[in-house]
Ligand binder design. Structure first.
Ligand code: MD3
Ligand code: FE
Length: 203
């Protein structure tokens, strides 16, 4: 059953469990054409999280900053199209959380090896903050941090496990959030890593 986490934020525990084989096949097909890479932050640090994208737009970071691009800078080619099984999961999950008609144009795929983390940040590179973000977690568990609208607000913690889907919109859309370092382990679906897919209407 959907679980409200905060105003505008809904956890759908295990919502993707029935689709895992098809989702993993779709993710592998994307990675065959847009392999994992660890991008540089604007400050020149390599991120601990490895990333890829599919859809019309992909999130990229380098010394010039963060932005969405229709071209994979590693291949010089457009990002792979978003597989229907991924887009449908995002659209259906958003609708279950109260955001009917969500059609993502960007899917960022994050891979957390043990020790990888994501520092507290806001997602503000998208054009329209009235559009929600849908996130899918697969593989190893992680502790998700969700703060407030100010960086200094003390974050709460939510454990995220294999198959969970989170929808963030409305008043939750600009909350600070992050991921604690992923612990060692092995998961039958992903091996020694956590995958997180975030679906956005970026353009
Ligand atoms: C709350 N990814 O890619 S997903 C990101 O687990 C990102 O890989 C994390 O933050 C991950 O930007 C968290 C959950 C999430 C995604 C976007 C949000 C939570 C959010 C946007 C606003 C508020
Ligand atoms: Fe984020």
């Amino acid at each position: 059953a959907p679980r409200p986490i905060a105003p505008g934020a809904v956890l759908l525990p295990g919502a993707a469990l029935g689709d895992v084989p098809a989702l993993l096949t779709a993710i592998r097909s994307v990675l065959a054409r847009a392999p994992w890479r660890q991008m540089l932050t604007r400050g020149g640090f390599r991120m601990s999280v490895a990333m890829s994208n599919c859809g019309a737009l992909g999130w990229v970071s380098d010394r010039r900053g963060y932005r969405y691009s229709p071209i994979d800078p590693d291949s010089g080619q457009p990002w792979p199209a978003m597989p229907a099984v991924l887009q449908d999961l995002a659209t259906d999950s958003a609708a279950r959380a109260g955001f009917a008609g969500f059609v993502p144009d960007a899917c960022l795929i994050n891979r957390y090896a043990p020790g990888a983390r994501m520092a507290l940040h806001q997602d503000r590179d998208e054009a329209d903050f009235s559009q929600p973000i849908v996130s899918l977690s697969l593989g190893l568990p992680a502790v998700f941090l969700f703060g407030g609208l100010e960086r200094s607000d003390k974050p709460g913690r939510i454990p995220l496990t294999h198959g969970d889907v989170l929808v963030w919109g409305g008043p939750a859309r600009l909350r600070f959030h992050g991921v604690l370092p992923v612990g060692d382990g092995h998961h039958p679906a992903t091996g020694a890593c956590r995958l997180n897919l975030t679906f956005r209407k970026a353009g």
